[in-house]
Structure formats: C-alpha cells, structure tokens
Design a protein around this ligand. Structure first.
Ligand SMILES: Cc1ncc(COP(=O)(O)O)c(C=O)c1O
Length: 442
C-alpha cells in the first residue's frame, strides 16, 4: 500500500492552474496527494474514490507497480535520446505494441505528448496526405459542434466548444463544422447508442456542396466526452464513413478518451463498427503515468507521404519528446496490463450494471437526461435559473467532500472510472451522487 506522506504545499500562488477557477481554488483548495487502485488520498489521508480515472486517463487504476517499475528501469537505461534522424529501441517497440491494438491496416504510429498534440498532428497528416496524393486543393478541415480536440490552434478550431475559443481571437481559416448530435427531445434517457440522428451526418453533403473538393478531413470523437457525453446515434458513423469515402475525405477519430478499453474494445472504432483513416490517442496509452499521445494512420497514408518525397525528411513535424523513452516504457507496461487483464473484457462484464446504476439517477431531482456507453455516463441536470453550471459544480464539491471524485462540465456530470471498477464502487459513486443531487435540489 502506498502510504507515503505528502505535505500540503506552503504556497499555492505560483501555479497558474489550467482550466480552473484559480481564485476559488486557492481560497478552498481540494488537493490530491497520492493514489492507489481505485482511490486518491488527500494530504490528510482521506480516501476519495475515483469516478473519473483522473481525467479519463488511469484505465488500469492508480499506482500500478508494473508501470512504475518500467519507468524506473528505463530512466536508468536511457533518460532521453532524440528521435529526429536517430532512434532508440523502446520507441519502436512501443509503436509496434500500439499497432497491435489499432484496427487492421492502421499500423503506423506517430508519437506526441498529449491529446492536443495528437489532434494537431492528425490534422497535419491529413493535409500532407492530400497534397502528396495530388489533391493540394484539399485544405479545409471539418469538425463538429461541441467537439473537443484539445487546446492547440488546430484542435481548438476544429473543436466546437464556444468557451474554449472565445478568448483567442481568430481560429484557423478554412474550418467548418457539422451539427452536434444532441437531440434531447427524441433521445433523452437512451441506453447506449440513441435511435435518432443518423441523418445529421448528411450535413457533410451540404458542406461538400458549399466547399467542393477542398475538404481534406473530418474529425470527430466517436463518443464525445468533454462536452458532456454524446453517444453517436445508431447509423451516424456509418453514414459519415460512407460520405467521406464518396467525396475523397479522410475520416479522423479522436480516440483520446475512447481508446484503450473505455467502451469495451481496444478502441471505440471496433465497438462502434466503423473504422477511421486516422485515429488519435493519449491518456490511457500510458495509464497517464508519463504524458504521451499518438496518432495511428492507415498504411496507405504513411506510404503516400513517405513515397511522396524523393529524399530527405518526408513530414516536417515532430516533438522533441516524440517517443520519449520513459513514456515508451510506460506505454508498453500499460499495454501489457491492458492485454493481460483484458480491460476491455472487464468493461463489457460490468457495463450493464453500470448502465442500470446510471439510469437509476433518472429519479433524482433536476435530472433531465442520462447518457451512457461502455464505462462512460453523462447525467445532465437542469441549470439553476440565471446560474448555468452552478448546480453541477456544487454537486461536484459535495461529492468530493463525501469522498467521491466526479467531473462536471456545464451542468452535466461526466463519469469515467478506472476500468478495474467493481460493483461496490459503482454503488458508492452513484449513491454519493444521488445524495448530492438531492441536497442541491433547491
Ligand atoms: C477527445 C479529446 N481530444 C483531445 C483531448 C486533449 O488532450 P490533452 O489534454 O492531453 O491535450 C482531450 C482531453 O480531454 C479529449 O477528450
């Protein structure tokens, strides 16, 4: 048991916290000092059950010895070596291990350090591919309203979440968006994929009518997470795939949260039955023990870009830390656990229980929708008059103080526990949440 004592910091001022209400936090800090298995612990030693796998990250649970030891061992062998015009063995091994899990034919892997970098890398690969195959006019990128692809200028522009964009002026040019797939009037309280909305993919035809053959790629999350859990309607991804094929457009899946078992298969593509041309990943790739992201591409995409240059560098893109040895070691160890413990199988075994527990929230006050897939659930609350987001934020704080970590986005509670979760944990997460929602009913 990890019982290391971690003191509270003396000064909270210098750390400008990301995506945070700094003023509130620094007056009322909620700190997580250590973690093991399904739990975090505060500096005072209070246990907090993790209902969010950190941030959709720690799929194998926290503090896995195998990953810790792999990182320690690798740090002693090779701290860092560049991967520009050089290579080190473990980066190649990690790429091969990732390619073992990706859908057939997506066997080439580009390493990044985060989901945001993966999104921007995927968009750049799409543009470079279109140019290499003689379609240099395809410079337009299509995302979807309410999509989240991180915070780089590419992902932010193709993403469709207003508050993430409004402070930052002009976005990338030549970007357009499909409509989101949230249809509460028809689909509220759907279990798994909702019935209605496949036709929303047809909007791509209108964008093609508008932009002609200038669209390079469409990027979507197979299940949208950060916006508050939107599960694709039945038939939607099939339609999108068919339209992309018809019009010579690449389909990119952002699998940063759906990758590595979250919806019961290695990647979301497999469970949802529709494969992309390019897929991004991060988070669960290393169980978040070391930052790492990756982009897997269809072999023909890699080959076209590589063959498209006679000699020298073929793709002018990369990060100092692409394929970092410690991250590569963590990825291999995390993939070993993923395979050995059959984390996707564990999800499929418990997802029915999870779904029932999530939908039982329907009876709680102000719950206006429940959405779920695999080990993901979104519980949408009616906003307080004149104070959007306030009700959910209060529920979040209450749950934390009662020993359960949830995540909220606007007035939606999004849950995504480690995939090693067991039934008593499910009961505790939803029991604590019920209670908190009742207490915030006014
Ligand atoms: C679908 C998706 N893409 C990209 C990102 C960005 O990842 P990161 O925060 O590692 O840059 C996230 C993060 O939540 C995500 O959910």
């Amino acid at each position: 048991m990890n019982e290391l004592s971690v003191p509270r910091p003396n000064n909270l001022d210098a750390f400008w916290m990301p995506y945070s209400d700094n003023k509130y936090f620094k007056g009322t800090p909620r700190l997580l000092a250590r973690a093991e298995g399904m739990n975090y612990y505060t500096p005072e030693g209070r246990e907090v059950l993790d209902g969010t796998a950190g941030l959709w990250c720690c799929n194998a649970g926290h503090g896995r010895r195998e990953i810790v030891e792999a990182i320690q061992k690798q740090a002693a062998i090779l701290d860092f070596a560049p991967t520009f015009q050089l290579g080190h063995p473990i980066a190649f091994e990690a790429a091969a291990r990732v390619a073992d899990l990706t859908p057939d034919g997506l066997d080439h892997v580009f390493f990044t350090n985060s989901g945001s970098e993966s999104a921007d890398t995927a968009l750049k690969i799409a543009l470079a591919y279109q140019r290499a195959r003689g379609q240099a006019q395809r410079v337009r990128l299509v995302g979807r309203e309410r999509g989240y692809h991180g915070v780089g200028f590419g992902g932010m522009s193709v993403g469709g979440i207003g508050p993430n964009r409004k402070q930052f002026g002009a976005m990338l040019p030549y970007v357009d968006h499909l409509p989101h797939t949230h249809l509460p009037a028809q689909n509220a309280f759907s279990r798994g994929q909702p019935e209605h909305g496949a036709n929303l993919a047809d909007h791509l035809e209108s964008l093609v009518a508008l932009h002609g053959d200038t669209i390079a790629a469409v990027m979507v999350e197979p299940v949208a997470g950060s916006t508050g859990v939107l599960v694709p309607p039945k038939g939607y991804l099939e339609r999108l795939r068919a339209l992309c094929d018809k019009h010579g457009i690449l389909l990119i899946y952002d699998e940063v949260i759906t990758g590595f078992g979250r919806i019961g298969t290695h990647f979301g593509a497999e469970r949802l039955g529709v494969a992309p041309d390019i897929m991004t990943m991060a988070k669960g790739l290393t169980n978040a023990a070391v930052p790492m992201g990756a982009v897997a591409v269809r072999n023909e995409i890699y080959q076209t870009i590589v063959d498209g240059t006679q000699a020298g560098i073929e793709f002018f893109h990369g990060y100092t830390y692409s394929g970092h040895p410690l991250a590569a070691a963590a990825a291999i160890a995390a993939i070993d656990i993923h395979v050995r413990e059959d984390l996707p199988g564990r999800v499929r075994a418990i997802e029915g229980y999870w779904e029932d527990a999530a939908h039982a929230m329907r009876s709680a006050p102000n719950v206006i929708d429940v959405r779920n897939h695999g080990l993901i659930a979104g519980i949408e609350l009616a906003p307080r008059e004149g104070a959007p987001g306030d009700r959910a934020m209060r529920v979040f704080r209450r749950c934390f103080d009662e020993g359960v970590l949830i995540r909220v986005t606007g007035d939606i509670v999004a849950l995504s526990p480690p995939l090693i979760i067991e039934k008593p944990h499910v009961d505790r997460i939803f029991g604590t949440l019920q209670d908190a929602i009742h207490k915030e009913a006014a």
